[in-house]
Design a protein around this ligand. Structure first.
Ligand code: SAM
Length: 159
């Protein structure tokens, strides 16, 4: 999907749906205000605006990012412009199945995570990549799942 093209209507179409997922994720995460949180595929900033901590959004769609008020950077999950050991929390809400190279993205998540970082990845149940992503998450994280209306929420820690 070309997110630049739908950027101006994204919040009207999807914000409510995304907020439901965030309510479930909030319960899992127990965010502290001093936490450094990276939202990969942050789009219009629905999540970075939701969590009250040090939030950074990253997304390749400049037009989606234009709608995001929080700290944000234009870039790709496969090449995160952050140092090793930076984040307490990494989330990717309904974005992971859009990434170009899932394995590279996982390696990057591991690289920029602090040792006990909490990781949350949600994937649309209808995504044709769900099985492939589940296998990769199994290989790399100790995780549990919650089934939400449209997404599977994977959450856990690095191995
Ligand atoms: C369905 S939107 C989700 C946006 C946001 N997470 C939310 O909950 O509203 C998917 C987002 O993934 C982003 N995306 C696509 N490919 C990406 C990549 N390789 N790295 C990071 N983000 C990517 C898109 O630009 C888009 O903003």
């Amino acid at each position: 999907m070309d997110y630049d093209k739908i950027a101006s209507s994204y919040n009207r179409l999807y914000k409510e749906e995304q907020l439901k997922k965030l309510k479930a994720i909030e319960k899992i995460l127990n965010v502290r205000k001093e936490d450094y949180l990276l939202d990969i595929g942050s789009g219009t900033g629905i999540s970075t605006n939701y969590f009250k901590c040090n939030c950074f959004g990253l997304d390749p769609s400049f037009k989606m990012l234009k709608f995001s008020k929080d700290l944000k950077v234009c870039g790709y999950a496969e090449n995160l412009p952050f140092k090793e050991n930076t984040f307490d929390i990494i989330i990717a809400v309904t974005s992971f199945h859009n990434f170009i190279d899932f394995r590279k993205a996982i390696l990057e998540i591991k690289r920029v995570s602090k040792k006990n970082a909490k990781i949350v990845i949600t994937v649309m149940k209808k995504s044709s990549y769900l099985e492939q992503i589940t296998d990769l998450i199994k290989e790399n994280f100790i995780f549990e799942t919650i089934e939400e209306e449209k997404d599977i929420i994977f959450y856990g820690n690095l191995m």
